[in-house]
Design a protein around this ligand. Structure first.
Ligand code: FES
Ligand code: FES
Length: 218
């Protein structure tokens, strides 16, 4: 049986060696193994690929040079400082990041900014401002369509696009017939707004606000 009694390595030395070997393969081990050569440069797959992207955001052309992995949400918030659009789940599950791109609402966390080169993007900042609110913003205020307000920019962008979808006759899951124009109803609005989650539960007030803008009785 081997005798290890003459090896003077403390427990602390072993822990340090373990931590070092996990991060730097070129460091020789305490057992005297030869250093493993370090790769000269990071793997090419890890290097960011940059691309020029131009977006028309709220009527203004904005030119950006972005890592191609940048989501539209991060481009708006982190590169253009348009922080009205919110990041809730970052996984397409809550609708807080909804913006309108070329007339259609999308979850901006689920799409890459470079995929929308040349597109028109409308965010909550582009719909209106406190001095001149969009009718949907005014209706949300009037009907208390929010509590904490975190989901509200996404709810309002979605609601504006929902009314356009109904006007254009685009059917939803609850439209009785695919060949008839959908009728404005609370059921249609609820179904179409179902991708926008409100943790505060302001749903009935949100429906009232949208119904009023649509010309119905809240
Ligand atoms: Fe995009 Fe939740 S942040 S859907
Ligand atoms: Fe708070 Fe909707 S108002 S999450």
């Amino acid at each position: 049986m081997d005798d290890f009694s003459d090896i003077k390595i403390s427990r602390r030395d072993l822990l340090i060696a373990g931590a070092i070997s996990a991060t730097a393969s070129a460091v020789p081990s305490l057992a005297g193994a030869q250093p493993v050569p370090q790769s000269a440069s990071p793997a090419p797959a890890m290097a960011p690929v940059m691309a020029k992207t131009s977006l028309r955001v709220n009527g203004q052309v904005r030119s950006l040079e972005l890592d191609t992995r940048t989501t539209l949400l991060d481009a708006l918030r982190e590169h253009l400082q348009l922080t009205g659009t919110k990041k809730g789940c970052d996984h397409g599950q809550c609708g807080a990041c909804t913006v309108i791109v070329d007339g259609r609402r999308i979850n901006s966390c689920l799409t890459l900014a470079v995929m929308h080169d040349g597109a028109s993007v409308t965010t909550i900042e582009g719909l209106g401002n406190p001095g001149k609110m969009h009718p949907m913003q005014a209706a949300f205020v009037k009907h208390d369509g929010y509590q904490c307000g975190y989901c509200t920019p996404g709810q309002i962008c979605s609601a504006v696009a929902v009314l356009d979808e109904i006007r254009q006759g685009i059917p939803s899951h609850v439209t009785a017939s695919l060949t008839e124009k959908p009728l404005l109803s609370a059921e249609e609005i609820r179904e179409r707004m179902s991708g926008n989650i409100c943790r505060c539960g302001a749903y009935s007030n949100i429906i009232d606000a949208i119904t009023e803008v649509a010309g119905g009785k809240a």
